[in-house]
Write a protein that binds this ligand. Structure first.
Ligand code: S3P
Ligand code: PEP
Length: 429
């Protein structure tokens, strides 16, 4: 149990750990590059450690030099080896979906599984298109993991994504690397583009247009090894940005945060809510736009969060709903049905735990409605639903409650943000 007490002041200067999406991709792409890559600032959280463990199971030598610093001996697109055992993705949807794509074109047999949450998440969305490319993938009923994959020579294809999912698009791109023909992926809306940036950086011929990504025809593709400094994770920074905005006093500087536009919808929402944030020292790091973010206490206003921005802030919706509780006026979150198939049904989890805290909140199939400001008494226990983002959102709620809140199942925070509790203690001072 994690008891978080109310706090008026949030201040100091912190760094959040490395970006989770970029860390997964750094490990996967360096493993299939031709030679030695170096990664700095890798997120050493459980999800990325799952990906690292699997790449090692597939015969890749990954050496830890110091905290967050790794050397990977890439084996090329044809150098991975069949693992003798089941590959465990833990709680990580990104690991399972990206690696299923990669393994679908490898010349061996693989089985991917995960924890009880991951084994309930939809995998048909990758099995469908990968099968169209010629992949042989078996699942439990309704496309649930474990997945068993008999690697095949695949074909290129043109595919229109039914959901704006970066995991799905990345899965297809990884599967297509060993094909000769062109592959075209049409996106209904922009989602995080780290895979595309990193593939291009590694020398892959990829054209990125407004609504589609084209992996150009190639006789034989290979990835150049690379050196990358992973920027801080904006999805982790979001909890501290929210804490700083909701505080009565103090000033918080969060250094070195990735602000790639395909990920930074949260910052746009904060601005629309009248939040006082400044982006300082904007620069490029590892092919990704990065900045320091200065956060000041703010009088927030409600807003509507819907449409194309949703995939660009999908993981930040639970913390946006916390901001909405304390903002003046109504906040409406729409078009976010994807939240129902994350680590838990995040709409249900937010609605249930907010109501338990006495907060009035409306539930819709694709989102939520919250009219603020509301007072939160606290003094009770709430549940994480085995979901790191729910646990951290409730911790920020607790800071703004009268009596504090105890969060059950908070160990799950280690999925994405192992030092969250320490950093929280630091900014409370
Ligand atoms: O590609 C990625 O790294 C991710 C994509 C998103 O999932 P979807 O692709 O399912 O939207 C996001 O929710 C997840 O945390 C990480
Ligand atoms: C949805 C998330 O991750 P994944 O899909 O990789 O489990 C997340 O980190 O919020």
């Amino acid at each position: 149990m994690f008891k978080v007490n109310p706090a008026d002041k949030i201040s100091g200067e912190i760094r959040v750990p490395g970006d989770k999406s970029i860390s997964h991709r750094s490990l996967i792409l360096s493993s299939i590059a031709e030679g030695e890559s170096k990664i700095e600032g890798l997120l050493e959280a459980e999800d990325c450690l799952s990906t690292m463990g699997i790449m090692r199971d597939l015969g890749v030598e990954i050496t830890k030099e110091q905290k967050g610093k790794y050397t990977v001996q890439g084996k090329g697109l044809n150098g991975l080896e069949e693992a003798g055992n089941v590959l465990d993705c833990g709680n990580s949807g990104t690991s399972m979906r990206l690696l299923a794509g990669l393994l679908a074109s490898q010349d061996f047999y693989s089985v991917l599984t995960g924890d009880h949450s991951l084994r309930k998440r939809p995998m048909q969305r990758i099995i469908g298109p990968l099968s169209e490319m010629g992949a042989k993938i078996w699942s439990r009923r309704d496309g649930l993991a474990p997945l068993s994959i008999k690697g095949q020579q695949l074909e290129g294809m043109q595919y229109e994504l039914p959901v704006a999912s970066a995991q799905l698009k990345s899965s297809i791109l990884l599967a297509a690397l060993k094909t000769e023909a062109e592959t075209v992926i049409i996106e209904p809306a922009v989602s995080r583009d780290h895979t595309e940036r990193m593939l291009k950086g590694a020398g892959i011929d990829l054209e990125i247009l407004e609504d589609r990504i084209i992996l150009k025809q190639a006789e034989k593709r290979s990835l150049k090894p690379f050196e990358i400094k992973v920027p801080g994770d904006i999805s982790s920074a979001a909890f501290f940005i929210a804490a700083g905005l909701l505080a009565a006093e103090g000033e918080l500087l969060i250094k070195n945060v990735g602000i790639n536009q395909t990920r930074s919808g949260f910052l746009e929402v904060v601005e629309a809510m009248n939040g006082k944030i400044e982006l300082l020292n904007k620069r490029d790091q590892g092919g990704e736009p990065t900045a320091d973010i200065l956060v000041k206490p703010s009088n927030l206003e409600g807003t509507e969060v819907s449409g194309e921005v949703i995939p660009r802030l999908i993981d930040e919706i639970p913390i946006i709903s916390v901001l909405a509780v304390f903002a003046e006026g109504k906040t409406v979150i729409k078009d976010a049905e994807e939240l129902r198939v994350k680590e838990t049904d995040r709409i249900k989890a937010v609605v249930n735990e907010f109501r338990r805290l006495g907060i009035e909140i409306g539930e819709n199939e694709d989102g939520m409605e919250i009219k603020g400001p509301q007072q939160v008494e606290g003094g009770i226990e709430v549940e994480s639903y085995h979901d790191h983002r729910i646990a951290m959102s409730l911790a920020v709620m607790a800071l703004n409650s009268k009596e504090g809140i105890a969060i059950n199942g908070s160990e799950i925070i280690a999925t994405s943000f192992p030092n969250f509790k320490e950093l929280l203690a630091e900014v409370i001072g």
